[in-house]
Design a protein around this ligand. Structure first.
Ligand SMILES: [Zn+2]
Length: 279
């Protein structure tokens, strides 16, 4: 990964960077071609800028959830909040498809370590949360990597579909990383250091990420429903974005249903709604 600290007071440690890379690489090792994602390639191409909170875009006033609620609370309340609600991923990091840096147009990722630290309790959680945010942002880059992936202006439907799908992709990586770990653990040619790392791990990264997402704003939380019921086809969304943009009725039906049923969505109904969008 190419990490450039612009003005954050906190650097990423080599351990944090190599953990994020190993989730990405491990997560692609046993992928069926249909779900193949190229994050291990783009992670070495797209620069990641570390930013202080003051330098982060003020994007979150438009995102449902945590930040809006937080503004109505005092500093003391914020401490209690920390254990109950997690913010939108975009409060912690963002993906920008085109930025002009030193005269060159390039996609980039911004990451705010100061904000991520506010959402976690231990160094181990910090390591996983950084990987979670980075993979979520790389997921946006992967879902933009198609000629039909244009969708402007971005409406409410877009924020629900795009953010939930970015979390689906994130969950897929952590899930496969988990499987990879278990495989190694039971392997005849056992990797002792991997076994030791697993033995000293209090939480599994996959479970941490699921819990983190379960406390995010509803459009992010929807990713858990979609992952649980096997709606993994973020590539279809990526390929059809510009067509789906004009499907006003199908979009409204999908959005009305997921908003009313996030956390309890019925897979059979979801299937119908997705088929209508993808038709
Ligand atoms: Zn996002």
């Amino acid at each position: 990964m190419k990490i450039i600290n612009l003005d954050s007071k906190i650097e990423l440690t080599p351990a944090q960077v190599s953990f994020a890379e190993s989730v990405i690489i491990g997560g692609e090792r046993h992928t069926y071609p249909i779900h193949y994602s190229n994050v291990s390639i783009i992670m070495n191409q797209i620069p990641i800028f570390l930013l202080a909170p003051e330098s982060m875009p003020d994007e979150n006033s438009i995102v449902d959830g945590w930040v809006d609620v937080r503004e109505n609370h005092s500093e003391n309340d914020e401490k209690e909040f920390k254990h109950e609600l997690k913010p939108s991923t975009e409060w912690l990091g963002f993906y920008s498809h085109s930025n002009r840096i030193m005269g060159i147009e390039t996609p980039s990722i911004g990451l705010c370590p100061e904000r991520i630290i506010k959402c976690i309790n231990t160094d181990e959680e910090l390591c996983i949360a950084i990987a979670k945010v980075l993979i979520h942002e790389f997921a946006h880059a992967a879902m933009k990597d198609h000629p039909n992936a244009n969708y402007t202006p971005r409406d409410e439907f877009y924020h629900w579909m795009e953010e939930s799908m970015a979390n689906v992709l994130t969950l897929e990586y952590f899930h496969r990383y988990n499987m990879e770990f278990r495989g190694r653990y039971h392997s005849k040619f056992e990797d002792k250091s991997a076994r030791l790392r697993e033995a000293t791990t209090i939480i599994t990264p996959f479970n941490f990420v699921k819990t983190f997402i379960s406390q995010q704003p509803p459009n992010y939380l929807l990713g858990l429903d979609l992952f649980q019921y096997g709606f993994y086809d973020w590539k279809m969304w990526s390929r059809l974005k510009s067509n789906i943009q004009h499907k006003t009725n199908e979009k409204k039906e999908w959005l009305d249903y997921v908003k009313a049923n996030v956390g309890y969505a019925d897979p059979a109904i979801l299937k119908q709604l997705f088929e209508a969008l993808y038709k």
